[in-house]
Design a protein around this ligand. Structure first.
Ligand code: ATP
Length: 309
């Protein structure tokens, strides 16, 4: 093995948060059209990649048991697609540290796939055109392109229409809470009834967390009722988050069951998270900074203290 073979590339896979999510229509092929403001929370999974003979994956971390470690894992699917598109003959040993609950509305699988594409493009020294990589990402899942971008954005269409959003204010924090119920995105969409919403895009730059909350309060997550019907504890999570001291607004992310509350400071968020965890020891609860630009965040946000498994 040469020195170059020992290189290891880490890419964090941050949790995706749908600050609002409107279902705006449905295509003839059944895919739903969305309009969403997507941001990222400073907590997530971690992908590590190094050269190996073949493409293979190991999985560790607290939620390792909940994800497939075979070809169905989105990390491996992303790796094989990228290798095929780039004509790559080298292999890669990938390690996923799974810290986000699975099927929870935070796009963990999508973030992992996007992180794997970034890590492998660097490891294999590929320079795919942005459009080619975005098309490959969309093929892996609707949320993969926005995770690949890694910046807050308005997301439209079936996930392919990604437009910069106004900068999110500094100092925003969220508390994330999940009652331990996995929700299938497809099933939540199937359960949804009612009409379609208009888009919720806006141009104003919110000056602070309170102004962001005001804007978000005029918008919603159109999948909430369907998620509550399938997983009634989601209603309790929303109510408890909304009643937390300092919470500016509370909402479900993606197709649930994870919900978030927005806070104006780290102290308010960490206090609320500690109190919530005490009231509900069986829930997954995490405070995290909320932001639009994940490139500026340290790897430790995704996997404190190393790979952890
Ligand atoms: P979204 O918010 O994009 O709808 P989600 O957070 O609800 O996504 P994921 O955690 O991405 O859902 O998991 C969706 C499904 O994908 C799960 O059923 C899981 O088995 C499968 N899956 C495949 N690979 C992964 C991965 N690396 N991490 C999580 N789930 C994965």
């Amino acid at each position: 093995m040469s020195d170059g073979d020992a290189v290891s590339i880490d890419v964090p896979a941050f949790a995706k948060i749908n600050l609002y999510l409107h279902v705006t229509g449905r295509r003839p092929d059944g895919y739903h059209l969305l309009d969403s403001l997507v941001a990222f929370a400073g907590i997530g999974d971690l992908i590590e990649a190094r050269f190996d003979e073949t493409v293979r994956l190991t999985v560790g971390g607290p939620y390792a048991a909940d994800v497939p470690d075979g070809p169905d894992n989105l990390v491996l699917r992303a790796a094989h697609r990228l290798a095929a598109a780039g004509g790559v003959t080298a292999g890669a040993a990938l390690h996923l540290t799974k810290r986000l609950p699975v099927a929870s509305g935070m796009g963990g699988g999508s973030a992992d796939a996007a992180a794997a594409l970034k890590a492998l493009a660097r490891l294999w020294d590929l320079r795919p055109a942005d459009g080619d990589l975005a098309a490959l990402a969309l093929d892996l899942g609707a949320d993969v392109p926005v995770c690949l971008k890694g910046r807050g954005a308005f997301m439209g269409g079936i996930g392919e229409d990604i437009v910069d959003c106004p900068p999110l204010p500094d100092g925003c924090w969220v508390v994330l809470a999940n009652p331990g119920v996995a929700l299938s995105t497809a099933e939540v969409f199937r359960r949804r009834d009612g009409g379609f919403s208009g888009p919720g895009r806006f141009e104003a730059t919110p000056a602070d967390a309170a102004e962001l909350a005001e804007i978000l309060n005029d918008r919603r997550n159109d999948l909430t009722n369907a998620a509550v019907a399938l997983a009634p504890p989601v209603a309790a999570v929303l109510a408890d988050l909304a009643a937390s001291p300092g919470a500016l607004m509370a909402r479900m992310t993606g197709s649930g069951a994870t919900c978030f509350a927005l806070f104006a400071s780290m102290d308010a968020a960490t206090d609320a998270a500690a109190a919530l965890q005490t009231r509900h020891p069986d829930w997954w609860v995490a405070p995290a900074p909320l932001g639009g630009d994940t490139d500026a965040w340290p790897r430790e946000f995704a996997a404190p203290g190393g790979s952890g498994g």
